[in-house]
Design a protein around this ligand. Structure first.
Ligand SMILES: [Zn+2]
Length: 145
């Protein structure tokens, strides 16, 4: 199912954890609305680079989210967040370009050696953060020390 000009639902719902558990990572109707909005926002991210975006993690439905130990109100569990790489860009350079743009978002996190995380929860705080130590490690303000 196509969500926007360049993004398909499957890009946001493929989950190795879900596959290994044998559960379908199917969005609830409410989360489906959020995922359509997320895809439109990711079109704006894509337009900043005019390069393909590789989504590495998007939606986690309640079952999958619990299995990965995610907090229930995680933006990924609501369909508001995507982890990604931009074709041809180092993650930090991609995060810098988003930071320096006019793009509205809730959180931008440079997850070192992992991905760029962006969320579009309607709070839209435009928080800019980095997580240099890997999953579960402390999160700091700003992209650079
Ligand atoms: Zn993320």
């Amino acid at each position: 199912m196509q969500l926007s000009a360049h993004f398909f639902l499957a890009e946001f719902t493929i989950s190795s954890k879900a596959l290994s558990m044998g559960v379908e990572n199917t969005p609830t109707p409410e989360h489906m609305v959020n995922l359509r909005s997320l895809a439109e926002q990711m079109e704006l991210v894509r337009a900043l680079f005019d390069r393909p975006i590789e989504i590495t993690s998007g939606y986690r439905n309640p079952v999958v989210n619990a299995a990965v130990g995610g907090v229930p109100n995680s933006d990924h569990a609501l369909g508001h967040a995507a982890d990604f790489h931009v074709d041809g860009f180092h993650d930090l350079d991609a995060a810098r370009r988003i930071r320096d743009s006019e793009l509205k978002f809730d959180q931008l996190i440079y997850e070192k050696n992992r991905c760029v995380h962006v969320s579009f929860h309607p709070r839209m705080r435009r928080q800019i953060l980095r997580q240099p130590g890997g999953p579960g490690s402390p999160i700091h303000t700003g992209l650079e020390p």
